[in-house]
Design a protein around this ligand. Structure first.
Ligand code: PMP
Length: 457
């Protein structure tokens, strides 16, 4: 059978990202064949609602013909143009201008990358260069947050705070530091916004002092909502408080919007709702809705001018062969048009339905927490709600839950700690949101019957 030979070829030759290589050889691949809207079909013809938009990226939904046409048109006309040697292409210039127009405040300068990891990596290079131009090269310490994710480049993986990205890789670097997450469901400071904000501010100031004071600290990285750490939503006012604290110490603030950007939480950028203008904003995923790879670093006028004046006639040595790729840019322009011609509005409506439906799952014996904003949400499963006891991890319930959801016709993200993540395409219909919710309840009911879960309750 064709499918069997494909799975065998995959076992032998394709290395999957962030996976157990031996575990994958045993389990084999789930191969997707086609998709339309929010529905994906695997090679056995099994149809599933994609409650995770690929990897939180297919915000526009699958099968948007106008995106495919924009890419094909650009490939025929001009498939490639370098940005080196002051060259460029029309779609890249137009996309940069459109993005700058919509970005908060003075984030007027756009550097295009291939995805989120190299967007984060680029900010680290830009920031070092910025402090060099300012005559403060000793500002070389970077702070990020526990449970944060900032990509898988060597430098970004060090800013990331997930153990699997560090163990065995010699990371983090000695200049990369973390403060505790604002995770309100399990926060030693308590669960009120005031207590959590005060604890984060205190942790930031303590870390800065430990590093020798603000004059040693280059930058602070935060996701408006922590994604890969388990969809952890900070209390209202948290981002503004952290931003103000950084600004008062002249520490650059980077909003990593790789997941939250492009309508995922409601507005085009989550920052716009927070009353801040970060020094840098990193984006990817929804920028091209996953149809082709692309990321974008948004740089403020303030930072740009320091770097531009500091370098003078010298070249600033950072860039990629595929920076500002014209095909990706053409896709980005079309995706942006779709967002503004109804997709953002539909996402906001569907997001309300999703959040309201997930809230109703609080009555389920396994659901300890429900959190999210817009089309980015999670439920956290526990075996004892009062004590917040996590699911037993010895029998890998995450894998079991993922498999069960798959059988029910639902793709979700099942985190190892019993958190289920949701990030459906913004094009979801009411029926599709209801399918996500109903299938989730079936999965939870089945999990409740698992012997190890019952024993732990
Ligand atoms: N930053 C954040 C906040 C992310 O969520 C991700 C990816 N999930 C990245 C950076 C890295 O992006 P990519 O996988 O496109 O390299």
């Amino acid at each position: 059978m064709l499918s069997n030979s494909l799975i065998e070829l995959d076992r032998r030759h394709l290395i999957h990202p962030v996976s157990s290589y031996r575990g994958h050889e045993e389990l084999g691949a789930r191969v997707l064949k086609s998709a339309r809207g929010a529905i994906v079909t695997d090679m056995n013809g099994h149809e599933l609602v994609d409650g995770f938009a690929g990897l939180w990226c297919v915000n526009a939904g699958y099968g948007q013909d106008s995106i495919a046409e924009a890419a094909a048109r650009q490939m025929r006309e001009l498939p490639y143009a370098t940005g080196y040697f002051d060259m460029g292409s029309e779609p890249a210039i137009r996309l940069a201008a459109e993005l700058a127009e919509r970005a908060p405040g003075d984030l007027n300068h756009i550097f295009f990358t291939l995805g989120g990891s190299d967007a984060v990596d680029s900010t680290v290079r830009f920031i070092r260069y910025y402090w060099h131009c300012k005559g403060q090269p000793q500002r070389d310490q970077f702070i990020s947050i526990e449970q944060g994710y900032h990509g898988s480049s060597t430098v970004g993986a060090g800013l990331t705070a997930l153990p699997a990205f560090h163990a065995g890789f010699g990371l983090p670097f000695s200049w990369q530091h973390k403060i505790p997450s604002h995770y309100s469901y399990r926060n030693p400071a308590g669960d009120t916004p005031e207590a959590i904000i005060a604890a984060s501010l205190q942790a930031l100031h303590a870390k800065v002092e430990e590093l020798g004071g603000p004059e040693r600290v280059a930058a602070f990285y935060a996701e408006p909502i922590q994604g890969s750490g388990g969809v952890i939503v900070p209390p209202k006012g948290w981002i503004k408080a952290m931003y103000d604290a950084c600004a008062a110490m002249d520490i650059l603030f980077i909003a990593d919007e790789v997941i939250t950007g492009f309508g995922r939480t409601g507005p085009l950028f989550a920052c716009s709702d927070e009353g801040i203008v970060p020094d840098f904003m990193t984006t990817a995923k929804g920028l091209t809705s996953g149809y082709v790879p692309m990321g974008a670093v948004f740089m403020s006028d303030r930072v740009y001018d320091v770097m531009a004046d500091g370098a003078g006639a010298a070249a600033i040595g950072h860039g990629y062969t595929y920076s500002a790729h014209p095909v990706s840019a053409a896709v980005g322009l079309e995706v942006l048009r779709l967002y503004e011609n109804g997709l953002l509005a539909n996402g906001r409506r569907a997001g309300e339905r999703l959040m309201a439906g997930l809230e109703k799952l609080r009555d389920h014996p396994l659901v300890g927490d429900v959190r999210g904003r817009g089309m980015l949400a999670a439920i956290e499963l526990v075996v004892d709600k009062a004590k917040k006891t996590p699911l037993p991890t010895d029998a890998a319930p995450a894998r079991r839950i993922f498999d069960r959801a798959w059988q029910q016709g639902l793709v979700i993200r099942a985190f190892a700690n019993g958190v289920l993540g949701y990030a459906p395409p913004l094009c979801c219909t009411d029926d599709e949101i209801d399918m996500i919710l109903e299938r989730t309840r079936l999965v939870l009911d089945a999990t409740l019957e698992d012997a190890d879960v019952r024993r732990a309750m």
